[in-house]
Design a protein around this ligand. Structure first.
Ligand code: GAR
Length: 197
């Protein structure tokens, strides 16, 4: 069985990336991490990649705050192709992607988001759920399209909101769920991919 090649993109602390790399190391996820890329020069996710000896790089995002400059996105596509990436995995990547990369990897880009989408897209989704007085929130893995935290849903996991939850305690519990859900979903996609090959 040929292993699916992952390209992991993140802007921050990289705990989902770590969960994926650990699942590969322990053999519960039969994929291969080919590259980890970040739009933030000193992002801890790059340090995690080095710890696991995965090729990694910073790519300059350009002048925009919420998306990539078109030439930066073209450069990113090239880096992913050079690394022979089959599936692009967004793990805390905080920019919206546009057509060059979406066309280069059709239905081959997935994201994890800390809410039960379509509820609470955007920043600090756990705070949004808390402020809205919800009693249950969770996390979602979905295919990526041109809109923020939008696209066909693949899987969700519920997380109850407890009466004395703070934003921090709630996000921490959601992240525990994320770290189980994301590798399991990627493993499922690997198996499906293997069946159609
Ligand atoms: C995760 O909670 C992820 O769901 C969220 O960023 C965090 C990254 O944590 N993503 C989004 O909000 C996407 N809109 P990590 O760097 O520790 O994996």
């Amino acid at each position: 069985m040929k292993r699916l090649g992952l390209g992991i993109l993140g802007s921050g602390k990289g705990s989902n990336c770590r969960a994926i790399l650990e699942s590969i190391r322990t053999g519960t996820l039969s994929a291969e991490a080919r590259v980890v890329l970040s739009d933030v020069l000193d992002a801890p996710i790059l340090e995690i990649a080095r710890e696991f000896a995965i090729p990694n790089a910073y790519f300059p995002p350009g002048q925009f705050r919420t998306r990539l400059e078109p030439n930066a996105e073209a450069e990113l596509v090239q880096m992913l192709r050079d690394a022979e990436v089959d599936l692009v995995v967004l793990a805390g990547f905080m920019r919206v992607l546009k057509s060059p990369i979406l066309e280069a990897f059709p239905r081959r880009i997935i994201n994890i988001h800390p809410s039960l989408l379509p509820k609470f897209p955007g920043l600090e989704a756990w705070k949004q759920a808390l402020d809205a007085g919800e009693t249950v929130t969770g996390c979602t893995v979905h295919y990526v399209d041109e809109k923020i935290d939008h696209g066909d849903l693949i899987a969700q996991r519920e997380v109850p909101i407890l009466p004395n939850d703070s934003a921090e305690s709630l996000h921490a519990r959601i992240q525990i769920a994320e770290h189980e859900l994301y590798p399991a979903v990627i493993e499922k996609l690997c198996r499906e991919n293997d069946r159609v090959r």
